[in-house]
Design a protein around this ligand. Structure first.
Ligand code: RIB
Ligand code: CA
Length: 318
């Protein structure tokens, strides 16, 4: 079955890996790509996205610019981990591709209405564009088949001890999507962080004569520096690409439906997702103070080795 998708990205290193997987995998049909500020500034996101599409010799896919900052928070990028351009130390030729002259929200609206079969939105960055779509064009909500997103976490955070970057970056937008009533699948940081490539695998990619594999190796092997002490930080997960793996190979994951809510209040927990995995009710529901919490699909344990094999095989011949 081919999945008709719209990708919303903040192309950074792992969004680039996700673009590779999405363009190359035969079961994915990309209808459009929308760009949002997140890992890096919007101009970098668009430029990086177009460069990766060139590297892949991708067909002409409409790409549009979206939000330049979150709804409430200021832009707080992740350039320390993704590099000043967002692609680590990878330098690619400037693309001759041009983004659409319409805003990302309009491209989303048109793509959803033109899709025929319900479109799957794959959200790989802060959810600002999607929140703006739902608030600007609520009439398209029931034409969205599903939103599968890299965001939140059932346990540890990365941006903070408990909050994942995409949800921490724009909590209000994430809340709008979580409470939209649209079928949702959450691919959280706790699972993403567990699917890591190895140093030999990265070295093999970097030595490949296949330019796509070589660039993937450099994206995975880029050594960021901890701003506080200069220590080297290796973000060697396939990251956002794992979200696409869930789409094409759900049998490699345990997917369970849980109540999920997000903390908006200012303070150390802002942006945290509360995944309620209790087996029995608690006093919050017994005393009717729990509120109406959306129940969504949460991707749990994964067959990591098979997922990595799926990713590497999809990148093409070594
Ligand atoms: O927390 C990880 C997520 O934030 C990934 O999507 C990464 O690309 C950044 O957007
Ligand atoms: Ca991302």
């Amino acid at each position: 079955m081919r999945h008709r998708v719209l990708l919303d990205v903040d192309t950074g290193r792992d969004d680039a890996l996700a673009l590779m997987f999405a363009v190359l995998h035969p079961d994915i049909e990309i209808r459009a790509i929308t760009c949002v500020e997140g890992n890096t500034g919007l101009e970098n996101v668009v430029s990086n996205t177009l460069k990766i599409l060139d590297l892949l010799d991708a067909p002409p896919i409409p790409v549009a610019l979206g939000a330049r900052r979150p709804l409430i928070e200021p832009p707080r990028d992740a350039s320390w981990i993704h590099g000043v351009t967002g692609l680590g130390d990878v330098e690619l030729p400037v693309s001759a591709r041009e983004p659409e002259q319409i805003h990302a929200v309009e491209l989303m609206r048109r793509s959803i209405l033109d899709s025929g079969t319900p479109l799957t939105i794959v959200a790989l960055g802060p959810m600002t564009n999607i929140a703006l779509l739902l608030r600007t064009h609520p009439e398209v909500s029931d034409r969205i088949g599903r939103i599968i997103f890299m965001g939140g976490s059932a346990t540890i955070g990365n941006a903070t001890p408990v909050a994942e970057f995409n949800f921490w970056h724009d909590p209000e937008s994430a809340h709008i999507v979580l409470t939209s009533g649209i079928p949702l699948t959450m691919y959280g940081w706790d699972l993403l962080w567990s699917i890591k490539t190895s140093t030999p695998q990265i070295a093999e990619l970097q030595a490949s004569s296949n330019p796509i594999r070589e660039v993937a190796g450099r994206l995975l092997g880029f050594e960021a520096s901890d701003p506080s002490n200069g220590a080297k930080v290796l973000y060697n997960c396939i990251g956002d690409a794992g979200t696409l793996c869930v789409l094409v190979a759900p049998e490699l994951y345990d997917i369970v439906r849980w109540p999920v809510q997000l903390v908006l209040a200012a303070g150390p927990a802002r942006g945290q997702t509360l995944v309620d995995r209790r087996a029995i009710p608690g006093e919050d529901s017994v005393h009717d103070v729990a509120g109406d919490v959306p129940v969504i699909e949460v991707v749990g344990a994964a067959r990591n080795a098979q997922i990595l094999a799926l990713f590497f095989d999809t990148l093409g011949e070594a």
